[in-house]
Ligand binder design. Structure first.
Ligand SMILES: *Cc1c(COP(=O)(O)O)cnc(C)c1O
Length: 408
């Protein structure tokens, strides 16, 4: 082995010396406690999502700005608050630790000078789904699971396929037949078992649920599996590191299943409980497409649950989620943060993709571009003030969407 690769291996090994403080799983709705040392999906009492709980005072002994210095530069740097107990089970492709890019030119154009973009397009498999699936596949491996089932609008399937390949387990993926071809090709390239369905992610979900019953696959559906949200929450830790504890006034997030919104909110709560963050919070903003906006509709109605959206249609696949399983948790985050919810049209999304590329060199996915379209609307409606500091989430790369790119 050459000296260089030996040094790399040693630093990989050294970097995860902090250990997970995971204690148990807790139902997000009824509070019922569940064992985290066996595979779990939803709450056995009430059927709602389970969330990972940690010994936070214990974690605090090593989790601090100085304690994080010099650690590996990916999302597993937050090992104390990640669910994998034995670091040898961590399945990593270098996810997380993404740039927070100041975007003054775009900010001036929108009338919000203090604008930044959390750029998730550089993640493995080209979207922030890598974070969630790295966490879920790692924990599945630790629990001895060999087959995972993944209903997806696209990107979660690609990420699941890649992490399953890296882990040496099987991913069974179901996604809509009209998913952009590069994403379909990605899943096949990583060797996953892929089924295309005539329908939406909800139809894929039914198919995977059957496969789980018939073949014993483990269902890693959004928020029916407890650990994808732990991967996504690391975006919250990164913002805290990148912004020095003074978080933005608004976080604008393209909301499908809601994992990122719920996860970041959880990260802020954990940081506060450890005394690393004050009580101030960003206002969380959910952006959806006017062709599929169940959360926006429910939020505007003041409802605690969202009704399924009929005939969902949008060019942004990641937010084409007509009936998010954790609707109640998403709505709770929006309410608790005094947040906002806004729907934008496909035309606005297209225009925003071009604007991000031309003004800031950001090749955004349509879901990420939707956050810019949402910000424009909220500023125009006077709901976000020009003096605010705002972070947009570009959740994936535009390269997966040849159908939406400038031609010529
Ligand atoms: C899945 C996805 C979303 C939605 O994320 P959630 O956390 O499930 O709400 C947004 N953008 C892209 C690119 C996605 O793949």
């Amino acid at each position: 082995m050459c000296a260089h690769s030996r040094a790399r291996r040693m630093s990989d090994h050294h970097a995860i010396s902090a250990t997970s403080a995971l204690t148990h799983l807790e139902c997000a709705v009824c509070g019922e406690r569940h064992n985290a040392n066996v595979p779990q999906t939803i709450c056995r009492e009430c059927g709602r999502p389970l969330l990972a709980r940690y010994d936070l005072p214990g974690a605090r002994r090593t989790f601090s700005p100085s304690g994080l210095e010099g650690r590996r530069w990916d999302m597993w740097r937050y090992a104390e608050l990640m669910p994998v107990l034995d670091p040898t089970f961590v399945v990593s492709l270098g996810e997380g630790a993404t740039p927070l890019r100041r975007t003054p030119r775009l900010g001036a154009a929108v009338g919000v000078p203090r604008l930044a973009v959390k750029e998730e397009g550089g993640n493995p498999t080209g979207s922030f789904k890598a974070r969630g699936l790295s966490a879920a596949v790692s924990k599945a491996l630790e629990l001895g699971i060999r087959d995972i089932g993944v209903p997806t609008a696209g990107n979660a399937g690609a990420a699941a396929a890649a992490y399953a390949a890296r882990a040496g387990i099987r991913a069974h993926v179901a996604m809509p037949r009209d998913t952009p071809q590069p994403i379909i090709d990605e899943v096949r390239t990583y060797g996953a078992d892929l089924t295309l369905v005539d329908g939406l992610i909800s139809d894929a979900g039914r198919l995977i649920a059957e496969g789980c019953v018939q073949h014993g696959w483990f269902d890693v559906s959004t928020l029916k599996e407890p650990y994808r949200v732990e991967g996504k929450k690391t975006m919250g830790f990164e913002l805290w590191e990148q912004l020095g504890g003074d978080l933005a006034d608004y976080l604008i997030y393209p909301t499908g299943g809601g994992t990122g919104l719920i996860g970041m909110w959880k990260a802020f709560e954990e940081l506060e409980a450890m005394g690393l963050l004050g009580p101030e919070r960003p206002r969380m903003v959910a952006v959806q497409s006017s062709g599929c906006a169940p959360i926006v509709r429910a939020f505007e109605a003041g409802a605690e649950r969202a009704e399924p959206w009929a005939d969902a249609a949008t060019l942004a696949p990641g937010i084409r989620v007509p009936s998010p399983f954790a609707d109640d948790l998403i709505l709770r985050v929006l309410r608790d943060s005094e947040g906002l919810a806004v729907a934008v049209t496909d035309d606005e999304i297209r225009a925003a993709m071009g604007e991000l590329a031309r003004t800031e060199g950001i090749d955004a996915c349509p879901e990420g571009a939707a956050t810019l379209a949402g910000l424009r609307r909220l500023v125009a409606e006077g709901r976000i003030e020009g003096s605010a500091s705002v972070v947009l989430f570009n959740t994936g790369t535009g390269l997966k969407h040849p159908e939406l790119r400038a031609r010529g």
